[in-house]
Design a protein around this ligand. Structure first.
Ligand code: SF4
Length: 273
């Protein structure tokens, strides 16, 4: 299959995060894009660029390079855009991508377009602030901390506004959602509808994987049964293409796209964009 001929790589240059998700333990990679309990070594933009160059020498199929953490790339704008600048100047043949919680997407939509970032993945777990308040503990924005419903309202507004702004400018937007039983399982169809209306082309619904030490783990919450995940995915699939084969991988993963066996991957199973 064609997708076996392409490879992608994440470079971990973004350590800080600007929100607190109840399923996350910030000591580990961003759960939105990674496997809990895994810590990526943070690189400087120069180290990341050198790593991409050397990977390209041994993996010529490398076509996509992204920044996905270990925190939120847009909470580390200097490191993130310096890395993208080095890559687009030195290796213009590569496609660039970014994963974010979306809080600062409207602030950086211009920079994303300017750096020719082709794909952006935004993690949107709710579009109702009441439900969002059960998922997010705090949001830190322009020097101020927000909690509860206010935090969720601000985050959810910026996510949809940011998706709209970049989708209008031709960036392909995929949305990730973490399926949290009893919190957003019956609500994710609303997320699908809202992100489709905002311009997203695909929705990837991932089962909650409890991060060790997270609020949800301490509360004794359960990960969803596979049957629930399939049911929720099927509901959304009637509205927008849903990705079912996504493997959650870490923020410094390297591998062939669609490589289900994990062969030839350095760190983790591959994930498609
Ligand atoms: Fe953790 Fe990612 Fe949520 Fe930030 S956005 S709190 S790194 S899961």
């Amino acid at each position: 299959m064609a997708h076996h001929y392409f490879a992608r790589m994440h470079v971990a240059v973004a350590p800080k995060c600007n929100i607190n998700c109840n399923y996350c333990n910030i000591k580990y990679d961003c759960v939105s894009e990674s496997r809990p309990g895994v810590v990526s070594k943070v690189l400087t933009p120069q180290e990341a660029y050198a790593k991409v160059r050397s990977t390209l020498a041994s993996l010529p199929q490398l076509t996509v390079v992204g920044i996905a953490g270990p925190g939120d790339p847009l909470a580390n704008p200097q490191e993130t855009f310096e890395t993208f600048g080095l890559l687009s100047e030195g290796l213009p043949e590569l496609q660039l991508c970014l994963s974010t919680n979306g809080l600062q997407l409207p602030d950086y939509s211009e920079a994303i377009v300017r750096h020719r970032i082709a794909h952006v993945t935004v993690t949107v777990n709710a579009v109702d602030p009441q439900i969002g308040a059960e998922i997010y503990r705090a949001v830190f924005f322009r020097g101020k901390a927000y909690r509860g419903r206010d935090a969720a309202e601000l985050l959810l507004h910026n996510q949809l506004e940011g998706i709209r702004q970049i989708a209008e400018r031709g960036v392909k937007v995929k949305v990730n959602s973490v399926l949290i039983p009893g919190v957003n399982d019956s609500h994710l169809i609303k997320v699908t509808e809202a992100v489709k209306a905002a311009g997203a082309f695909s929705h990837n619904i991932m089962p909650l994987i409890l991060s060790p030490g997270s609020v949800y783990e301490k509360e004794g919450r359960k990960e969803p049964a596979p049957s629930l995940t399939l049911q929720v995915q099927a509901r959304s699939e009637a509205v927008i293409p849903v990705m079912r084969h996504c493997r959650q991988c870490r923020s410094d993963a390297v591998g062939l796209i669609g490589d289900d066996l994990g062969v030839k991957t350095e760190n983790a199973p591959a994930r498609e964009y």
